[in-house]
Design a protein around this ligand. Sequence first.
Ligand SMILES: Cc1cc2nc3c(=O)[nH]c(=O)nc-3n(C[C@H](O)[C@H](O)[C@H](O)COP(=O)(O)OP(=O)(O)OC[C@H]3O[C@@H](n4cnc5c(N)ncnc54)[C@H](O)[C@@H]3O)c2cc1C
Length: 449
Amino acid sequence: MKTPERAAFDALDHPVVVVVGGGFAGLEMIHRLSGKPFKVILLDKNNYHCFQPLLYQVATGSLGADNIAYPFRRSVGPMPNVMYRMAEVLRINPAENRVETDHGNFRYDHLVLATGTETNFFGNQRIAHEAMQLKSINQALDIRSDFLQEFEAALYLDDEKEQRQRLNFVVVGGGPSGVELAGALAEIRKTILKHEFREVDNRRMQIHLVDSGDAVLGNFSPKAQQLARKFLEQLGVNVKLGALVTGYDGKRVTFKDGSTMDSSTVIWTAGVKGRPIPGLESAVEERPARYRVDAFNRVEGKANIYAIGDIALDRSDPKWAKGHPQVAPVAIQQARHLAKNLLRKDRAQWQPFAYRDKGSMATIGRYKAVVDFGKLRFGGPIAWFLWLFVHLMSIVGFRSRIMVLTHWAWKYLSWRNTIRLIIRPYVRKEYVVQGPQEDGGPRPKAVHA
Ligand SMILES: Cc1cc2nc3c(=O)[nH]c(=O)nc-3n(C[C@H](O)[C@H](O)[C@H](O)COP(=O)(O)OP(=O)(O)OC[C@H]3O[C@@H](n4cnc5c(N)ncnc54)[C@H](O)[C@@H]3O)c2cc1C
């Protein structure tokens, strides 16, 4: 028997909007359509929204996973016209206005795709297999376990070379994620490794931030780039620019110029790409796998399918001829804008999307952050407090905000935050070679150890 709430939802005689993905874009979308004349179904393969900008803090043990994840059911609970289903969308059938999932099919009148991106290894399968990633909570927890396991393992090694290899961390990609992660690892060396792993000489831990470009924070102003590099070097991060990584076998990183670097841990933050769902191939821009949309976020050639956030590629605005940056404000603004347009009955009244760029910020360590805001470019303690404030206010859920604030206060005042727990040990996967590769050589096959 149906509950009264379910019966009321079913009885709604409104157009059905299916939203795929509850990231920044999808979550904003359901908030904007809550209480409006639509029957909304949110589908996400996870049962929580993940606040990706703070993933690196989970990876480095500053925050717990539950501080940056928020259950969809808590968001949807007070929204009578919104239903959530935990499901992975496997195919879109535009001819029949239907999406197919691992838990059955859902019919729609409007389909909103907000599926975000995944790590881009630019086709290098071996690196994809060996390197660690930072796009999900699972991956952040893997990094946390891995670096703690490396510290513990280093204590059993007498050989300096072996110990150095264990404690050599290579972060590939000098964008905000790479910079923030490298800075946080450097702080761990200065505080945790030094005081809690006293038997290891903490100078043996090296952090390398590697990028193929000629500056870190490629999309920031030159002033922010220089400041960020200065802060990183003050923390003891080795910044290696103009260095293109071409290989990694789990022990050794190889660069395009033939040089190598030994490391047990490579964390790849060098790019993202979309993972479009089968069924709309004609609208997919191959590189970097995003749906081409018009200024109304309509997927090319489809009147009732829209893409928003990282997965959408809108080249209609001459100011953003290569598409908008893949950041949270774009995702949120596109969702708000599309919701407003959907609420306008007459399509002739729809307004084109225009992105309001509010600037960029990145943090490198305590009191060390950089901000580009309009014509203002600054760094240091004020930028750092601003970064803390903006991120704190953006986290979903009052409780999470309080928890994060408490963790940060404790961490930055005492350096004694306590989430350095190996609850779920990271098990390295064996790399098994099998079958022919494109170049005629053997093809790798990943096998879980
Ligand atoms: C480490 C890191 C740090 C970042 N830092 C910043 C920052 O400081 N500032 C900033 O503005 N941006 C930052 N970003 C970028 C920002 O997080 C993204 O731009 C933003 O998350 C995009 O939102 P979205 O809704 O498009 O996608 P996402 O937030 O990625 O959400 C996509 C959702 O879709 C779901 N999904 C995917 N495929 C399917 C499917 N087939 N079926 C069902 N569900 C599916 C996923 O589970 C996920 O919940 C960072 C990103 C990362 C990874």
